[in-house]
Design a protein around this ligand. Structure first.
Ligand SMILES: Cc1cc2nc3c(=O)[nH]c(=O)nc-3n(C[C@H](O)[C@H](O)[C@H](O)COP(=O)(O)OP(=O)(O)OC[C@H]3O[C@@H](n4cnc5c(N)ncnc54)[C@H](O)[C@@H]3O)c2cc1C
Length: 390
């Protein structure tokens, strides 16, 4: 986006990337349909971004979701609003959009230099790259770093830049997993893993720190992951960092009241097994029933009151977030006070930063791409003002 802002204004732009081709994570995001942005009004949209810093909000205000949709439309990729309010390209694919974008950038004169890994600066202040032809150095009037976070490092963003920038005197908050899965304390039993790892919990709700969210998630070999867990991942991660573990309460039947569940559980079941009783009275079976057995003591399973309470608020203790390599995105990054309002590094004048490498996070739902792109535009405009002033 920074390259586009600059090339459109006639500035010569060269893009360097460590990978053999551009936009690998963008393409991966396309596997899930490429959730480009979200259709909710701007104010609630902005409240999803953490931390709530004015600089981050300002750049999304300057390039809000409808501007992003218009931009995609301009590349011949119309978008639509899905039932959840999320916005996707009509064809749900990333490749046509990326192809059209790269084609337009090349036509505007942007040069692409792939397999160029940025290593830092040499003593003259030139950029150092490891390339297939050996180390090369490049002088530029302005530099925009958009090196991503540290999730899915095999797609290119490995977070190694943190060391380079810290050495250059730039304050960087440690990169942490965001929108990630978690391990449950003590792990699952081998039986549960064998039978249920990979299976979804559908139509459930989780409560963390008094906030309840409805949706679905998946059991993994070591714990839980999926959209509902990702939505609470920042709170859960911070809680684990502060106190060694996090507690969430799972409502297995969010559409039924506790009274109703209690009445159904307590209903005389005659000679029927508990499993068939719960299945016929509450449609509770499969992975939900297995989880009750997994977490509750045998006595609690036989006690109608305690069983009903657990169905509505089953405590799950989490011991650790999954490693950042597996996360959808990263929290942490270049601190906001390390940059001026145009995203230029105070410790390194002439160098701007953009995208997920900045110190912010957001849930899934299109917020990540929107704010990444908006920050790219902001950095590009900062460079433009700087070059014009010179
Ligand atoms: C599985 C998955 C699905 C996702 N789905 C969505 C979605 O649907 N909607 C959404 O909004 N977000 C989604 N995201 C998140 C979104 O893709 C990222 O937030 C976004 O790509 C960040 O953009 P970026 O340009 O800041 O970083 P990146 O896209 O990570 O790009 C950084 C680039 O920098 C390069 N680089 C890094 N270090 C160096 C170096 N030293 N030298 C040279 N080059 C380097 C990398 O090769 C890479 O090309 C998803 C992420 C994942 C992992």
């Amino acid at each position: 986006m920074a390259a586009e802002v600059l090339a459109t204004q006639g500035v010569t732009v060269q893009v360097y990337d460590a990978m053999p081709s551009a936009g690998r994570k963008f393409l991966l995001a396309g596997r899930g349909g490429l959730n480009l942005t979200h259709s909710e009004p701007l104010e609630p949209f902005l409240r999803r971004l953490r931390p709530q810093v004015p600089a981050l909000q300002a750049l999304v205000r300057a390039f809000p979701p409808e501007a992003l949709r218009a931009w995609a439309d301009g590349l011949g990729v119309p978008t639509f609003v899905g039932s959840s309010g999320r916005v996707f390209p009509v064809d749900m694919k990333a490749a046509p959009l990326l192809r059209a974008w790269l084609h337009r950038l090349r036509a505007q004169g942007v040069g692409f230099h792939m397999r160029h890994r940025w290593l830092g600066w040499d003593v003259q202040g030139a950029l150092r790259f490891a390339s297939p032809a050996g180390e090369v150095s490049v002088q530029a009037d302005a530099v925009v770093l958009a090196l991503g976070g540290a999730s899915w490092p095999r797609l290119g963003s490995d977070g190694v830049w943190q060391l380079v920038l810290r050495e250059a005197g730039v304050a960087v908050a440690p990169l942490l997993p965001s929108n990630c899965g978690f391990d449950v304390s003590g792990g699952w039993t081998p039986y549960f893993v064998q039978r249920f790892a990979g299976q979804p919990f559908k139509s459930v709700a989780i409560e963390v720190d008094g906030q309840t969210r409805k949706g679905e998630f998946v059991a993994t070999a070591t714990g839980i992951e999926g959209s509902l867990v990702y939505a609470a991942s920042a709170e859960l991660r911070d809680r684990i960092a502060a106190s060694g573990q996090a507690l969430l309460h799972l409502d297995l039947l969010p559409d039924r009241s506790l009274e109703r569940v209690r009445a159904e559980v307590a209903h005389p079941r005659g000679s029927r097994s508990l499993a068939s009783h719960l299945k016929s009275r509450l449609a509770l079976d499969g992975i939900k029933l297995a989880l009750l057995h997994e977490v509750l003591a045998r006595d609690d399973m036989q006690n109608a009151d305690r069983l009903a309470g657990a169905i509505k608020a089953l405590p799950l203790r989490l011991s650790a977030p999954r490693p950042i390599e597996e996360a959808i995105s990263s929290a942490g990054g270049v601190r906001w006070d390390a940059m001026d309002e145009s995203l230029m590094l105070k410790a390194r004048p002439g160098v701007w930063c953009a995208g997920e490498m900045l110190d912010w996070e957001a849930p899934t739902g299109g917020y990540l791409l929107t704010a990444s792109m908006a920050s790219g535009r902001a950095a590009g405009e900062g460079v433009l003002r700087h070059l014009r002033a010179r």
